[in-house]
Design a protein around this ligand. Structure first.
Ligand code: NAP
Length: 259
């Protein structure tokens, strides 16, 4: 299926690895030119070169911390005219409600709520002017189905979800489409570090921790960055024009609910 977005330009944040890279790769496969971002230059440049070689698209790589104002300005200087924005950043650490202080919440809200909001505020006006735009925010299953130890993530991402619910309806008349994509467990470095935490706590191997977690899922396996990216590319496509302010859950059926 041709997504109808060949020749468009996308900013994919936090995209040298994992789910962000999956989204970047699926967009590149559709002929979308890219601005990629991550903090560490080496892996970012490697990903950028692999995507150029494999898909023949233009790829600009900007090494910067997207959660800082300075980092965002660096990225936005290159990405001011993009048609597509995929927001992403590292997730907050796990912990216990009684340990989190105001500063911990401020950090999580900055990274996982106020950063995507700042990027949208900067890039939506140009999309509105062009009469076409797509935004996909990578959030988490925790928005629909909280993960107790990820309370910082539950809180910050719920705030972003509320913002998107209203804003997506304000920009929809201009051909600009904003939705959220909610990963459940996917096989990335982030999942490996969460599994390491379980392994350490239970005195088991990281492989055993992953197998134990997979067993709780209806699919009995972790999602892949490739599947995640393909869904993202669809949400950025010409065919997603009637999908407004939705929260698309990719969790292998983990959340048990009728609707
Ligand atoms: P990952 O495999 O650890 O990859 C994270 C990517 O983001 C890397 O390219 C990393 O590169 C970049 N990055 C991290 N912090 C950044 C920052 N401040 N500025 C710019 N780039 C940054 O993580 P992932 O599994 O893809 O997860 C992506 C998001 O989905 C996270 O917010 C995570 O909490 C959420 N999520 C993941 C899962 C899952 O199972 N994987 C489930 C639910 C939610 P550098 O380190 O070089 O910056």
């Amino acid at each position: 299926m041709d997504m109808g977005i060949s020749g468009k330009r996308a900013l994919v944040c936090a995209s040298s690895k994992g789910l962000g890279r999956g989204c970047a790769e699926a967009l590149a496969a559709e002929g979308v030119n890219l601005v990629l971002n991550a903090r560490t230059e080496g892996p970012l440049e490697k990903t950028a070169q692999e995507l150029r070689d494999k898909y023949g698209v233009d790829v600009v790589a900007i090494a910067a911390d997207i959660t800082s104002e300075e980092g965002r300005n660096k990225v936005l200087a290159e990405a001011a005219d993009v048609d597509i924005l995929v927001t992403n950043a590292g997730g907050p650490p796990p912990g216990m409600w009684s340990d989190w202080e105001r500063e911990d919440f401020i950090k999580a809200i900055d990274a996982n709520m106020l950063t995507p909001i700042a990027l949208m505020k900067a890039l939506l006006p140009k999309m509105i002017e062009k009469g076409w735009g797509r935004v996909v925010n990578i959030t988490s299953q925790s928005v629909k189905s909280p993960i107790a130890v990820l309370g910082l993530s539950n809180s910050a991402r719920a705030g972003l979800t509320g913002y998107v619910a209203g804003t997506s309806r304000q920009v929809a008349p201009h051909g600009v489409v904003i939705n959220n994509l909610l990963p459940g467990i996917h096989a990335t470095d982030r999942a490996a570090s969460l599994d390491q935490g379980v392994a350490d706590a239970q005195g088991i191997s990281v492989e055993e921790a992953a197998a134990q977690r997979a067993e709780t899922l209806p699919t009995r396996r972790y999602g892949t960055a490739e599947e995640f990216g393909a869904t993202c590319a669809f949400m950025c496509s010409q065919y997603a024009g009637n999908m407004i302010g939705q929260n698309v859950l990719l969790d292998g059926g983990a959340m048990n609910s009728t609707m």
